[in-house]
Design a protein. Sequence first.
Length: 286
Amino acid sequence: MAKGRELKTRIKSVENTRKITRTLEMVATSKLKRTQDRVGAARPYSEALREVLASLYSPELAGRFPLLRQPAQVKRAAVILMTANRGLAGAFNANLIKEGRATIARLESEGVEVEVHAIGKKGLGYFRYVGRKVATSRTDIGDRPTAENAAEIVNDLMASFSKGEIDAVYVVFPSFRSVLSAPPATLQILPVKPPEAKGKQLDYILAPNAEAILEALLPLYVRNSMYRALVELTAAFYASQRTAMKNATDNATDMLKVLGRTYNRARQANITQEIAEIVGGAAALE
């Protein structure tokens, strides 16, 4: 019955694994709803900022604001790679790292000097593994990123861009479209590209003037782009983790069915053999 005992041990192991994956699936499902709500709340504000910026922008004003500076040639750029602090989410982190590597390779092939900023333990761990220097890193941003977190990440980069020390800033993040779709994307947040106005233009009463409003609005627009990336990262992570853990739970259930049938066959074969030995022994005594 050695095989039967081995199967029972394996069945117990798979059952314990299934309990863990099912628990993680339930936790991810619970947190996903809250993170989705944050994504939904951030989008209208972002759209309103975009509309106001599009209405205020004019080529005459553009030359007065460093964040609108469009360099003739990008010589030095910053790439912010965003990943999760945890795994057990399928290929979620691997896909983001792949997108980050592709962005860095594309820029370097164009002769651009790239400095890397890592948000999340998985991306930071990858760069340490390959021996790539990281300019800054953050691993302390939890499941509820704030506008202050976004400001802490981009404030220094905005200052460097304004001084002409870097010519562009890119963010690699998961673009959260739905629970089943969050492909990795690269977004250029600096220089600010004035959004095109959509639909009918509103006639604003400006106080004190367009220049003063733009001066306050442009940094806010950049920080908001970073904040959106943070909340979409969190939502996409839990969506990926929920899917991965559900698949793992389903696979464990299927494996238990196969192991259960195999164990029953082994047990039945063992019983049959024991009966045959008893019958054979009884016949020999006669």
